[in-house]
Design a protein around this ligand. Structure first.
Ligand code: K7E
Ligand code: CUA
Ligand code: CA
Length: 644
């Protein structure tokens, strides 16, 4: 029997080895054909390889990571959802889904996109319909104070329609969405960590947003046949008001964004310094760049009125292109050459370095942030002099996380691995130390990782406990659910010398980046404040108010009843329902659905929401509570009678 067991173990290992070889091969083909097919390496696997791989790949099943029933996780993970358009909240290390926060999508559970309040945040067209119903969230980052999270806000980008959204940490709901003018493909985003000039402002006041795609400026039908005239803007949004502060026109594109801990610089890696409009053109140059922005200089220009505007937008635009900035001493931008077609730029938690991953080069580029001001002061000849290491890490490096002990963890898309390497050793090697041990470990992840991110890794409190590897293909890791497989979020314990894979979690397509936040940092409120809602319904104003065919129904809910058992309307009425939940018990939420009228939303304790619609068909309709609230939840309903 033990023979059999060994045999099947060997078979499994052979399958895994075969699969890895296959991956490696397609990876090389991908590179040889200039990267075009590299994303598909995971899809072309022959079907026979589909067999459980756990056990043989070092999954520490009894690793002590399990959270027993009734026990709480030690971390929150806030993740993007890609073209799902929402944000997700997951408990770690268990991988329990705690919440989905609708943002750029619509959601009929909470009524996001249905209530007047949420529609005002998303934005509507003159005819009242939602301006957009799709979104593509990639990057979630928190607001900072003193170099760590302050539990005020989370920010997330929408790549499709170039919008920045803010989520309140206390309610974990979206409260603002801002569209960036003259930007297409808003991809990288990062809040600042303190003010570039006033050190007493040691918290987030700006959010930097990178534009990825070149576009006509303005995009009104001009220059369609001449992409050489198209441009890219890097934007700065006020974190408190969520209004645009300024934009900076650049050469090349923006991919991801990082900010320094001293607040002086933001930077974006660029894979298209060629300013090309086609694939071959974007891969023509041997090196691309990481462009740094001197925030204080940009804001001084804006203050001095040295800006232009584009089209109908009133946002000040400064010129950060190379031709407009010949002298480093006055330049607002610094283009540091980095490895070809880089992806990702990440700040080390000691505040010293930015790391760009090569993607089409098997290297990471380490930029010493103390040398950036030297370049801006004219003390360095070449921006490239700020590069202090370029270690070879493996194939297809995309994103880098840190453990706070001087080590970096880079995802290797083509190798399907996470590589652990030491930053100071890489710097020593770059200086010529041949004995420097740069690569410390390589661990397989399943399969083809995009982002990875570590616990508190984007803060000075980086604790080096966990690393999440967000993998783009799960293949045989889970029960099949049709042609589209779930993605894997794999949890690695990085507290020891060797990273250990400790859990596979599924993820619905398709998360990119996230942050892992210690649970004590997160402060949520238990119920809402009645006073926060100017339209709150109380016993004083509850009832039905009619002005011609415009009707306002003001309702209260208290388990298990709405305040009006019968509501009479006439066909053709324009009706607004405003509902305030007067229950005060945490989690005692009610729903509000009207059959055939496409209305459903929830009201949390002490919260107010409203909907407006035309009563365009007659009949009797039971308004009912959709959210289980009470033993008499099913009885919680009112008759809506619409006369024909
Ligand atoms: Cu690598 Cu949009 Cu951050 Cu996805 S991006 S993986
Ligand atoms: Cu109220 Cu269910
Ligand atoms: Ca390029």
């Amino acid at each position: 029997m033990s023979d059999n067991k060994n045999k099947s173990k060997n078979d499994e290992q052979a399958l895994i080895d075969g699969r890895r070889r296959f991956l490696g091969k397609s990876a090389l083909i991908g590179l040889a054909t200039a990267g075009v097919s590299m994303g598909m390496a995971g899809c072309k696997e022959k079907e026979g390889a589909a067999k459980p791989a756990a056990g043989a790949t070092g999954v520490a099943a009894a690793s002590g990571q399990e959270i027993a029933p009734g026990q709480l996780d030690t971390y929150y993970s806030f993740t993007s959802s890609g073209h799902g358009g929402e944000m997700r909240v997951v408990g770690l290390p268990s991988g329990r889904t705690l919440k989905r926060i609708p943002i750029f999508n619509t959601d009929c559970m909470v009524g996001w996109g249905i209530t007047n309040e949420s529609r005002a945040i998303i934005g509507t067209k003159p005819d009242g319909t939602l301006k957009y119903t799709v979104g593509d969230t990639h990057h979630v980052h928190g607001s900072y104070k003193n170099g760590t999270y302050d539990s005020r806000w989370l920010f997330v980008n929408d790549k499709i329609n170039s919008r920045l959204a803010r989520v309140r940490m206390d309610t974990m709901e979206c409260d603002k969405i801002t569209q960036l003018p003259n930007v297409m493909g808003f991809h990288g985003m990062f809040p600042d960590k303190c003010d570039p000039v006033d050190a007493s402002i040691n918290y987030t006041t700006r959010v930097f947003c990178g534009g990825e795609f070149h576009m006509p400026l303005p995009n009104d039908g001009r220059d369609l046949d001449d992409p050489s005239k198209w441009g890219v803007l890097f934007s700065c949004v006020d974190a408190a008001t969520m209004e645009l502060k300024w934009q900076c026109r650049i050469d090349g594109n923006c991919d991801l964004v990082a900010t320094t801990y001293d607040g002086k610089y933001a930077a974006s890696n660029q894979y298209n310094t060629e300013n090309a409009a086609d694939l071959n053109g974007m891969m023509a140059a041997e090196r691309d760049a990481c462009v740094f922005f001197d925030i204080a200089r940009i804001e001084a220009l804006v203050k001095a009125g040295k800006f232009t505007t584009i089209g109908a937008s009133k946002v000040p635009v400064v010129d950060g292109r190379k031709a407009a900035n010949p002298d480093p001493k006055t330049s607002i931008t610094c283009y540091v050459p980095v490895a070809k077609n880089p992806h990702g730029v990440n700040a080390s938690p000691d505040g010293k370095y930015f790391v760009c991953s090569g993607k089409l080069s098997p290297t990471c580029t380490v930029i010493d942030l103390s040398l950036i001001p030297k370049w801006f002061n004219g003390e360095l000849k070449d921006p490239r002099d700020t590069v202090v290491a370029e270690p070879e890490v493996g194939l297809g490096p995309l994103h880098t996380a840190f453990d706070g002990r001087g080590n970096a963890y880079t995802s290797l898309f083509l190798d399907s691995q996470c590589v652990k390497w030491n930053v100071e050793a890489a710097i020593a090697q770059f200086k010529g130390d041949k004995k420097a041990q740069v690569i410390l470990a390589k661990i397989d992840v399943h399969y083809q990782p995009g982002h990875n991110y570590s616990s508190m890794g984007e803060t000075k409190e980086c604790d080096g406990k966990y690393l999440n590897s967000g993998n783009k293909f799960s293949k045989d890791r889970f029960l099949p659910v049709g042609p589209l497989h779930p993605e894997t979020e794999q949890l690695l314990d990085i507290s020891g010398d060797q990273p250990r894979l400790v859990a596979d979690h599924t993820a619905y397509s398709e998360p990119h980046d996230g942050i892992i936040v210690r649970r004590d940092v997160v402060k949520t409120r238990q119920i809402y404040n009645l006073e926060d809602f100017p339209n709150a319904v109380t016993a004083d104003n509850a009832g039905i108010e009619r002005k011609g065919n415009v009707v306002h129904v003001r309702l209260m809910s208290q388990a298990p009843a709405y305040s009006l058992p019968v509501i009479k309307l006439k066909k053709g009425d324009l009706v607004t329902f405003t509902l305030t939940n007067h229950d005060k018990v945490e989690d005692l939420t009610h729903g509000f659905a009207i059959p055939t009228y496409n209305i459903n939303f929830i009201v949390n304790p002490q919260e107010t929401k409203s909907v407006t619609f035309k009563a365009d068909h007659a009949g009797a309709f039971w308004i009912y509570c959709t959210h289980f609230c009470h033993a008499l939840h099913l009885e919680m309903r009112s008759r809506l009678l619409i006369e024909g």
